[in-house]
Design a protein around this ligand. Structure first.
Ligand code: ZN
Length: 451
């Protein structure tokens, strides 16, 4: 029976969406031709229907069999135990967990393809956050912009894209005279918007199925800001001569860090990174590193100091930043000189308990800039309480990592695929794609779709 199944499936180019079909996040696409298979991303869901945010920490404790049993991963034993020779590889589009979060569950025998900086960011983060993969046992291959490669019968071309994650790609898959284009996550309004414009010029006009992310389809009222526009708002707040400014943003949003850095320079303030952020920027060789950019200083939160001591990671996590290190007493002397990257885990660093802590008098006249998607705000009750307790003004400055509806429309108009397939969007938003393209094909989770 198995051989008959094999013969039938070998007749066509087909794919199915194990995640990302009816939700924002969890992208996980299986592509098959002539009995050979590849996977595009292996992401974790961001939220669960009726359950709220998906906990990767909770999942970390469970076995793969349990996760499959719970329905979070599809029943693909060969992917997890490495016994299926038809699986040729997994391609990771960018270093966001909703695109690579389940990669640790794949057998290390299956090669992984991803950008070099994507690998660097994930590996560097694994030194701080335990549920990130280290790739120690994996077979890894780098991908880069327009560097076409062959994986069995599949011809794959990565296109570098503009997104809030560094080193992001869209992927063109050609096989058997047909083609599938996977947008990954992308936008046109970031610091690398030129990638989007060059994609408009170069995208093939012969795509059969265009799997297009539609994160913003459900957020029509969000202002159409560009990343560079945010610098004016940041600079305006940083120019005030009063108080410390705390910026709550993702250490992985490199575009945003650049915006904060330029704004700090314009306003005459020094940027203070925490050592986790500094470690990430070092891993990717970013030019605004402490050491390369003299205005940048590095603060070591108490929790990180304890971890470094416990792990004895002085040479990697401490020594490289010592000449740029800033201590609590230096910040306390003139807090109005600084803008500091900040996150929930650093709340305990503001305390009057002793020398290692930043005294709470520094918070007089301080401002907090919330610079992430507003959906995460509700998950930060401790930060909200901290701001209330110390009467810190909160200001939101942000633009999305995902393309606005008008830009998605421009992309489809340029490509004119046979079908636009909505992914990475809410189930009820899939029909809205009709407003931006004439031929829309919603594909349900787990159902094979032939091309
Ligand atoms: Zn993303």
């Amino acid at each position: 029976m198995a051989s008959i199944k094999q013969t039938n499936s070998s007749l066509s180019f087909r794919y199915r969406l194990h995640g990302g079909a009816e939700e924002i996040g969890g992208n996980f696409i299986e592509v098959e031709f002539a009995g050979k298979r590849i996977f595009l991303d292996m992401g974790m869901p961001l939220t669960l229907p009726e359950e709220g945010p998906f906990s990767s920490w909770e999942i970390e404790k469970r076995s793969t069999a349990e996760i499959v049993q719970a329905g979070y991963l599809p029943e693909l034993p060969g992917l997890y135990n490495g016994t299926d020779p038809s699986i040729l590889g997994i391609i990771i589009s960018h270093p966001h967990k909703d695109h690579f979060g389940f990669i640790k569950r794949a057998s290390p025998k299956i090669p992984i393809y991803m950008g070099e900086k994507t690998r660097a960011i994930i590996e560097a983060t694994a030194h701080f956050i335990k549920d990130y993969p280290t790739f120690k046992e994996n077979i890894l291959h780098p991908i880069s912009d327009r560097a076409r490669f062959q994986l069995g019968p599949f011809e794959i071309t990565p296109f570098a894209s503009d997104h809030s994650a560094f080193d992001s790609y869209s992927l063109l898959i050609r096989v058997g005279g047909k083609s599938l284009f996977y947008s990954g996550d992308l936008r046109a309004h970031g610091r690398k918007g030129y990638f989007f414009e060059s994609l408009l010029r170069d995208i093939p006009r012969s795509i059969d199925h265009f799997l297009l992310e539609g994160t913003m389809m459900g957020r029509p009222r969000e202002k159409r800001l560009r990343e560079v526009d945010l610098a004016n708002d940041f600079t305006g707040l940083l120019t005030s001569r009063r108080g410390l400014v705390l910026v709550n943003t993702s250490a992985h949003n490199i575009d945003r860090l650049e915006t904060i850095y330029y704004s700090a320079m314009n306003a005459g303030r020094t940027l203070i990174m925490d050592n986790y952020s500094a470690y990430i920027y070092t891993a990717i060789g970013h030019p605004f590193l402490p050491g390369k950019a003299p205005e940048v200083r590095v603060f070591f939160p108490v929790r990180q100091c304890i971890n470094i001591k416990k792990e004895a990671t002085f040479s990697t996590k401490l020594t490289p930043f010592m000449d740029r290190r800033i201590y609590a007493d230096e910040i306390a002397k003139s807090p109005e000189k600084y803008v500091m990257l900040f996150r929930d885990s650093m709340l305990e660093d503001f305390s009057d308990r002793g020398r290692r802590y930043i005294p709470t008098k520094c918070l007089a006249g301080a401002k907090h800039i919330y610079s992430m998607w507003d959906g995460y705000w509700d998950e930060m009750p401790r930060t909200q309480a901290f701001l209330r307790e110390h009467r810190i003004r909160n200001v939101a400055i942000h633009c999305s990592g995902h393309a606005y509806k008008q830009d998605l429309k421009r992309l489809l108009a340029a490509a004119q695929p046979q079908y636009a397939v909505p992914i990475h969007t809410e189930k009820e938003r899939r029909k809205d794609f009709k407003g931006i393209y004439s031929s829309v094909l919603p594909v349900n989770k787990g159902e094979w779709q032939r091309i």
